[in-house]
Design a protein around this ligand. Structure first.
Ligand SMILES: C[S@@+](CC[C@H](N)C(=O)[O-])C[C@H]1O[C@@H](n2cnc3c(N)ncnc32)[C@H](O)[C@@H]1O
Length: 261
């Protein structure tokens, strides 16, 4: 952003980007979506400076080059979720057509990513909250996607005869002090739907309930879950009821678990 534009914005809107600096990458992204409209740019800058997450202002997240719409109805996919879907891309790439089920899909980003890279599989995705499901269904229509999005508390809303071959999830985990990166403080997460962010029972409460729900169903399939930056003891305590489990250190601050039922 040029100094002239910074001065122009200050003169016309009172937004002083010298006092409220934003990272150059964010300014660039906002400038691109404003597309030369200084009024729009001013609106975006004021919203961002007031603490609104960048993705809600841009209206999309970028997952390894794939642009997926997001708005306040849905959780903003963490960039670290890429490790889960990259791992699954490798797994699914070696398998014949599978019935893949995502638990807690939000805006659908992770399922859209997998459908994009591994289109030979059949995807279903559930979320407890109908708001992100509405958003994901809109996106599915725009992308000509065949993912089935279902409002469901775990598996309750799925057809009785449905049986998945593989399940994956990036469920809410941790609490206000488990923060991936300084660029996303607790306030970033407070802007999102409450049920999407932190579990209410314990830091691994949703993971545990997913394990219990699978045991209740009697399904026999692999399950891949993201545990973010939680420590190994907490993770093992959460998954001990699965018949077989292994941890995958996908990155320094990202642990995935593969459970086999
Ligand atoms: C951390 S967010 C991840 C969303 C999405 N996978 C992403 O990466 O953007 C977790 C999601 O799980 C959903 N969720 C929480 N409890 C659930 C439950 N009991 N059944 C289904 N979905 C649930 C939330 O609504 C939220 O969309």
């Amino acid at each position: 952003m040029t100094l002239e534009l910074i001065d122009y914005i200050f003169d016309h809107t009172g937004v002083d980007l010298k006092i409220n600096p934003l990272p150059a990458s964010e300014l660039k992204a906002l400038e691109i979506v404003a597309d030369g409209d200084v009024n729009l740019l001013s609106c975006y800058l004021k919203r961002r400076i007031s603490g609104e997450p960048l993705a809600y202002i841009l209206g999309f997240i970028d997952l390894d080059g794939l642009r997926i719409p997001v708005d306040k109805r849905a959780y903003i996919t963490d960039p670290e979720a890429i490790y889960l879907v990259q791992h699954l891309k490798e797994v699914l790439g070696k398998l014949p057509s599978q019935k893949v089920l995502e638990v807690g899909t939000g805006c659908g980003s992770l399922s859209f990513y997998l459908e994009h890279h591994c289109p030979e599989h059949q995807y279903w995705a559930v979320d407890i909250d109908s708001n992100p499901i509405d958003l994901a269904r809109d996106t599915a229509q725009k992308r000509d996607s065949s993912i089935h999005f279902v409002v469901s508390d775990y598996f309750m809303g799925l057809p009785a005869e449905y049986t998945p071959d593989l399940i994956f999830a990036d469920p809410p985990w941790g609490n206000e002090s488990s923060i991936y990166d300084d660029d996303r403080p607790a306030s970033h997460y407070h802007s999102m739907p409450g049920i999407s962010v932190w579990p209410f029972k314990s830091i691994t409460g949703i993971h545990e309930q997913i394990v219990d729900a699978i045991l209740l169903k009697g399904w026999g399939c692999p399950v891949f879950m993201n545990f973010g930056m939680l420590d190994a003891d907490s993770i093992w305590a959460a998954i001990h009821r699965a018949p077989h489990a292994e941890l995958i250190q996908a990155a320094k601050n990202v642990t995935l678990a593969k459970l086999t039922f």
